[in-house]
Design a protein around this ligand. Structure first.
Ligand code: XMP
Length: 514
């Protein structure tokens, strides 16, 4: 394992991903973790991330210099580099000489461990106010910039390395190569970590955890729960039961995809609960978005727990485990870092006796989203599930502006299927984050179709590009693709006589309309 010590900001996660891209397993630990505890994890190498602080600031995160004496290879980046320089006796000046953004790096020793085979001049991404003016004793300076005399230093004997810039960001043109040089040449690691290893390891861990008891897993139709379930299924087979609640708010073919393709690919026990009528009844007469969301959430929990109760009452070993598709970013963001959880999830909503406790099984807790997709692919899940774009839990219920009825859902399902089909045919699935299709059920406009006047509903296309759904921009889709979608929807979907495009970014608009 390579430990990435997190000094704040967003850098540590990106570094951990880059290390894994180099096929070496990595984990993030907080900078507050005592060095003895880090070393107890027996790390093959340690990377010190960048961070928002200056080493001169009061209260800036520190590092126990014992880390550099332990014989473990260390690579410091940006703030991590400055900490290293300072603790090992180099000079870090608070000169006010700042460098932000793209900077030219002059490599003075192109045969060095870090820079072997990379050009003498390269672009790197900088973000610092302090600068290292003298390397610690025993270190060789291997690169500089116009502003900082020491932009990289290396000590092969002690296996300590550092760069002032951010090799992990893609604007540093040879960043990945420099990182790999540290891992392979500096630390002597071999690139052997793959998602295949993850599957093997997790299967063994799940078997050990669950033993001969049973587990249940809720499937939402999304990537994470599907991959988690497939992995657990591989480990414990028929001891797992998956529950899928069909609330009738899914898109065309989605329920079938779970019912047929998921089961075909995994052989899992699947309990599909048809709750369409129940949801429609509960939603009758409701137009307010927040009320709709609350009703859908409440009914979902009730139905799911009823299904759990039925499984608990079946003959067989005790059901003691609940499978969840928690990912690594969730764990890191909630301050978890590492450590195995043995969280009890207390289920006392709905019809369950309140003394039932499940232990969580979270086989994806070490993985990033793109790795989850790779694991899913390797487990043989169909492309439609593995590459699925985000889709809200309340489904089409929050894409009908107005009351939700069966008729309107069917209409929206048709329009949405056409839009998805044409976007896929145009090869645009990977270019957009998602494309909600919205029915303005309470709006009507006049049109002319065939030889008569129509008075139908508009459909809104909301294609967006985004990296994390926190902000988004509307996607500039090619006009001919938009034209094709519009023509097909107005021709093929009854009661729709207009297609409009949403050209609002987020903020101010949210991605969904409700
Ligand atoms: P908004 O509309 O807030 O959406 O810009 C941001 C992202 O979240 C998705 N979304 C949801 N996902 N349950 C979910 O699982 C929900 O209730 C929900 N509401 C919105 C939305 O599709 C977008 O990707």
């Amino acid at each position: 394992t390579v430990l990435v010590v997190d000094f704040g900001a967003q850098y540590a996660q990106l570094i951990a991903r880059r290390v894994r891209e180099a096929r070496v397993y990595s984990e993030i630990v907080p900078s507050t973790m005592p060095v003895a505890e880090m070393l107890a994890k027996n790390p093959a190498a340690i990377i010190l991330s960048g961070g928002p602080s200056s080493v001169y600031e009061e209260g800036a995160p520190r590092l126990d210099p014992a880390l550099f004496e332990a014989g473990v290879p260390v690579f410091g980046m940006c703030y991590g580099f400055q900490l290293m320089a300072q603790s090992l006796g180099g000079t870090v000046d608070n000169t006010g000489a700042r460098e932000y953004g793209r900077t030219d790096l002059h490599v003075s020793r192109s045969s060095s461990t870090l820079f072997e085979g990379t050009p003498a001049e390269q672009h790197v991404w900088m973000s610092h106010g302090d600068a290292c003016s003298a390397a610690p004793e025993g270190f060789t300076v291997s690169a500089s910039t116009d502003v900082v005399p020491v932009a990289a230093f290396e000590n092969d004997e002690k296996k300590l390395y550092g760069v002032q810039y951010h090799p992990e960001v893609m604007h540093s043109t040879h960043g990945q190569q420099v990182l790999e040089h540290f891992l392979y040449r500096g630390a002597g690691l071999t690139p052997s970590w793959t998602t295949g290893n993850v599957i093997e390891e997790q299967v063994a861990a799940i078997r050990a955890q669950v033993g001969d008891k049973r587990a249940i897993c809720g499937l939402s139709g999304g990537v994470d729960s599907a991959v988690a379930a497939a992995l657990v299924q591989k480990a414990i087979g028929s001891q797992l039961t998956c529950v899928y609640v069909d609330h009738g708010l899914m898109r065309k073919n989605e329920t079938e995809q779970v019912e047929k393709d998921f089961v075909a690919a995994t052989g899992a026990n699947l309990k599909v609960v048809d709750a369409q009528e129940r949801f429609l009844d509960a939603l009758a007469g409701v137009s307010d978005p927040e009320t709709k969301r609350k009703i859908i959430g409440r009914e979902f929990i009730r139905v799911f727990e009823q299904a759990q109760l039925e499984i608990l009452q079946e003959e067989g070993p005790e059901v003691a485990f609940l499978v969840q598709g928690t990912l690594y970013p969730d764990i890191v963001e909630s301050g978890g870092g590492t450590g195995t959880a043995n969280i009890k999830s207390h289920h006392n909503v709905g019809g369950l006796p309140d003394d039932i406790e499940f232990e969580l099984v979270e086989p994806l807790r070490q993985l990033f989203k793109d790795e989850v997709r790779m694991v899913g692919q390797e487990l043989g899940l169909p492309e439609e599930i593995v590459q699925r774009q985000p889709f809200p839990g309340p489904g089409l219920g929050i894409r009908i502006v107005g009351e939700v009825t069966k008729e309107r859902l069917d209409l929206l399902r048709e329009a949405d299927a056409i839009a998805r089909e044409e976007l896929t045919a145009a090869g645009l699935d990977r270019d957009i984050w998602q494309c909600p299709v919205v029915l303005l059920a309470d709006v009507r406009s006049v049109g002319v179709q065939g030889d008569g006047r129509t008075y139908g509903h508009p459909i809104v296309l909301r294609p967006v590009s985004s990296e994390d759904a926190m902000t988004a921009d509307w996607s500039r889709l090619p006009y001919d693709v938009l034209a094709k979608i519009s023509t097909r929807i107005t021709n093929e979907v009854r009661d729709v006589n207009r297609v409009v495009l949403d050209v609002t970014s987020k903020p101010p608009g949210t991605i969904e309309w409700e």
